[in-house]
Design a protein around this ligand. Sequence first.
Ligand SMILES: Cc1cc2nc3c(=O)[nH]c(=O)nc-3n(C[C@H](O)[C@H](O)[C@H](O)COP(=O)(O)OP(=O)(O)OC[C@H]3O[C@@H](n4cnc5c(N)ncnc54)[C@H](O)[C@@H]3O)c2cc1C
Length: 409
Amino acid sequence: MDLGLSDRAAPLHTAVRAMIADEIAPLDAEFLAEVDVGDRWQFTPRQTEILEGLKAAARDRGLWNLWRTDGAGGAGLSTVDYAYMAEEMGKSHLAAEVFNCNAPDTGNMEVFARYGTEALQERWLAPLLAGEIRSAYLMTEPEVASSDATNIAMSCVRDGDAYVLNGEKWWATGAGDPRCAVYIVLVRTGDDAAPKHARHSMIVVDAATAGIERLRAMQVYGHDDAPHGHMHLRFTDVRVPVENLLVGEGRGFEIAQGRLGPGRIHHCMRALGQAEKALEWMCRRSLARKAFGRPLAHLGATYDIIAEARMGIEQARLLCLKAAWMMDRGDARAAAPWISQVKVVAPQVALRVTDAAAQMHGAAGLSQDTPLARQWTHLRTLRLADGPDAVHRRQVARAELRRYSAPAA
Ligand SMILES: Cc1cc2nc3c(=O)[nH]c(=O)nc-3n(C[C@H](O)[C@H](O)[C@H](O)COP(=O)(O)OP(=O)(O)OC[C@H]3O[C@@H](n4cnc5c(N)ncnc54)[C@H](O)[C@@H]3O)c2cc1C
């Protein structure tokens, strides 16, 4: 098992790392400050200039669509190689989008690439791959426990050459972005007579379709994440051409599993990058600031705190790389419990390290003067987004128990 960065990917990794450190991260604070200028849900000219300028530079340097591990386009990286790139991207607010590697678009592009017809690929995948539009993934609903996706209730009924959609979705990440042009939506097409995992379908919806209302932006601990947003939407008699239904009625779960696997691991990789940054800031602060006549680094339990942070990150990274390696072997079913393990572990480690770093900064650590409070808030959401911890633990435990409950040969 080789969990190292390949020789082929090493120069790309160096280039990604350097561009983030020298060109992207230095613009994060300015970009974020611009959100409060004018309409929060539109990009200011300066934000567009920053983002599009960096994207053009990344594209010119071949640092584009690096997530694409399926061999079609992109840099043809393995998931293990990509893990090293994504970790670097986690170190800056803007980096993932600069390289066209941001959520939820990578997962959605994966769906279009694997399950979209030629016409859907031309209409939506091409501009997504070019970084011209953005997309959202609509699964979660306010009225049902959405961690169990068999509960999803948005109705989707065929009427001639269209499906008609009715219901509400919330936490649609990215749907507030003025560039968000398309939604991939999990809907219910089958009745109770159909097997539980064949009642749902995935359908592509043009975000400009009549009947879609934006009710509000959901807030995470009081933050609306504008202009990206996590939107609450209502669909009333939304007519969608039948050819927009992916693969066929009742195949929604199959597609959801394919979509969420890579997306989940990408989040974990970036979380580790955030943890590394937090540890760096914690060490620097503890050496630079004195209390009781000594640097904080040499007071109380600081050694333990720093050592625990380093050990936690290393353990989580190895688990993440093992999950990536399992994915590269091509057996999605075998990889699933590994992805679930790291989906529980990585956000929790990154949260612990970020919290410890904030504490080391005193009150400043909770304020707008460091990236730590914002980072903590984002990491906390990862314990729910793409499945809550409990659901992933369930996956891990069930896989473990299967080993002992299979009938003897
Ligand atoms: C910032 C953010 C962004 C998001 N982005 C998106 C998005 O883009 N698209 C989208 O569709 N959704 C998105 N979500 C929603 C997210 O995927 C759901 O919140 C998640 O799947 C849980 O569904 P729920 O909120 O309905 O919780 P519920 O299903 O009601 O679950 C609540 C709690 O019940 C417990 N629980 C559930 N199952 C079990 C179990 N098997 N064993 C033990 N306990 C259990 C857990 O503690 C769980 O947290 C986002 C969420 C957040 C916070």
